[in-house]
Design a protein around this ligand. Structure first.
Ligand SMILES: Cc1cc2nc3c(=O)[nH]c(=O)nc-3n(C[C@H](O)[C@H](O)[C@H](O)COP(=O)(O)OP(=O)(O)OC[C@H]3O[C@@H](n4cnc5c(N)ncnc54)[C@H](O)[C@@H]3O)c2cc1C
Length: 427
């Protein structure tokens, strides 16, 4: 009997969501995949860890998916983790204005036509019907237009809807964020109706949903993961990558073996100096506060999705998991420069107001500043996003920052990994 051919090897560098997605896709195509990661753990910008100060497992930052994120949800289903997400019955986003005390809930309409804007009760407080009608300007925005170029950048709808939506979706202030990219978000979510807007968050943590089950699936398919491997250089031969240089370890890449780089843009730019990459990024600050035992919030959050959107203070979103309150500030250029102690005080002020807690009892906290949380989603930076193809026949690029057409999010990371793998698996 002829011996069965041994599977072709494939190499994926970077074990964030994009690398995990690429590795899983290549292993599904029959490749024997090795995933190399510089850190001691996988997940990159989307992971959990046990924090010694809080004595709790926390996420590097709050993450939310919408039902419109079909590739991300398919990835989660493929690794058998769908039941590890919260499953809210409907799309409803509660908001509180910390300055005025007003509260409201954004409930997208059932269908594509937003009839709800004609009901004063359903509209955002202070906004009128005509404010919403201007949304069409996003749909016809030019490639260079910012959100503020298209919409009135004053008034309640701007402050209470467009600013929170844009910084949440694009991590870039609407004064500089791409109008076209925001339109894609609106088109795929609000314009499709409530079902596409259903929000999902990790019940127990990001690694429990995205990372641990992905690694298990990869290993079950014969894949291997090598931690502590920082790629320092690539060796080229003719039109292909022939070697990976990890400093003390060098890996030969045989002809026909795919290599996917699923690395941050700056790292990719250093490894491939001829490639122009978008280098401009925006930070996200997250604060995790462990509430004192017996703290009794006066404001209850919905048990099926304990989150609250905030305006009029410093924080954008508040998430509650067990006794840990986690607050997010996106597009946090100014805040990220301030000392953590100062940020913790501001976040506790917002938390005490939002939940109706005694402000005197400031809890133990952890501030996480993700200085390069995402690429700056400005028209200029977006033009620099490369696609997966490189000039090397067996080398493809992945990462949320590559040109997937989607904002730099989990959805984009998953899509980018799948696109890079598909390009090399079936050239
Ligand atoms: C605080 C925060 C909140 C967010 N909120 C949301 C949200 O609500 N919804 C959403 O969809 N998205 C959100 N995002 C974005 C989301 O986390 C990212 O889009 C996604 O995790 C990017 O994955 P990636 O694989 O492209 O990149 P990364 O996660 O950056 O992965 C790159 C990996 O490469 C490794 N690496 C770097 N250099 C080397 C090297 N030389 N050799 C080997 N390995 C290397 C890194 O350690 C890392 O593991 C948020 C991001 C942050 C930071």
């Amino acid at each position: 009997m002829p011996e069965a051919a041994s599977p072709r090897r494939a190499h994926v560098v970077g074990a964030g969501i994009a690398g995990l997605s690429a590795a899983l896709r290549l292993s599904a195509e029959g490749f024997q995949v090795t995933l190399y990661e510089a850190a001691a753990q996988a997940g990159g910008r989307c992971r959990s860890y046990v924090d010694a100060k809080l004595e709790r497992s926390i996420d590097n930052g709050n993450h939310m998916l919408l039902a419109a994120n079909t590739a991300a949800l398919a990835f989660i289903a493929e690794i058998g983790a769908a039941d590890r997400l919260t499953q809210p019955a409907r799309a409803a986003f509660p908001f509180l204005d910390l300055a005025t005390g007003e509260s409201w809930t954004v409930v997208p309409g059932a269908g594509a036509i937003p009839w709800w804007i004609f009901s004063a009760k359903a509209r955002i407080p202070g906004s009128g019907v005509s404010d919403y009608l201007a949304t069409w300007k996003l749909a016809v925005a030019s490639e260079t237009a910012t959100v503020a170029d298209c919409l009135d950048d004053r008034g309640p709808l701007w402050e209470r809807f467009w600013v929170p939506l844009t910084v949440a979706a694009l991590n870039t202030h609407p004064r500089e964020a791409s109008a076209r990219l925001l339109w894609l978000v609106v088109r795929e979510s609000f314009a499709k109706g409530a079902d596409a807007c259903r929000p999902y968050v990790a019940r127990r943590g990001l690694s429990d949903v995205f990372v641990d089950p992905a690694l298990e699936s990869l290993r079950a398919r014969g894949g291997a993961v090598a931690f502590g491997r920082r790629l320092r250089g690539l060796a080229f031969e003719g039109d292909r990558v022939a070697g990976l240089d990890f400093g003390e370890t060098r890996i030969a890449v045989a002809p026909g073996e795919p290599v996917v780089l699923a690395l941050p843009p700056a790292v990719t730019g250093e490894l491939l100096p001829d490639l122009e990459v978008p280098r401009d990024s925006r930070p996200i600050v997250n604060a995790h506060l462990r509430l004192p035992a017996g703290a009794r919030p006066a404001r209850a959050l919905a048990p099926e999705l304990p989150i609250l959107g905030l305006v009029g203070g410093a924080a954008d979103w508040l998430f509650l998991r067990d006794d840990v309150v986690s607050l997010t500030v996106s597009a946090a250029e100014d805040l990220a420069e301030r000392p953590s102690e100062e940020i913790a005080a501001l976040m506790w002020r917002d938390t005490a107001r939002a939940l109706g807690l005694d402000p005197a009892g400031r809890p133990v906290s952890r501030i996480i500043k993700e200085k390069r949380a995402t690429l700056a989603q400005t028209p200029a930076a977006l033009r620099l996003r490369p696609g997966p193809r490189t000039r090397w026949a067996n080398l493809a690029l992945a990462g949320d920052w590559t040109d997937t057409g989607y904002p730099a999010t989990i959805e984009s990371a998953v899509r980018s990994g799948a696109a890079a793998a598909a390009l090399l698996a079936r050239p």
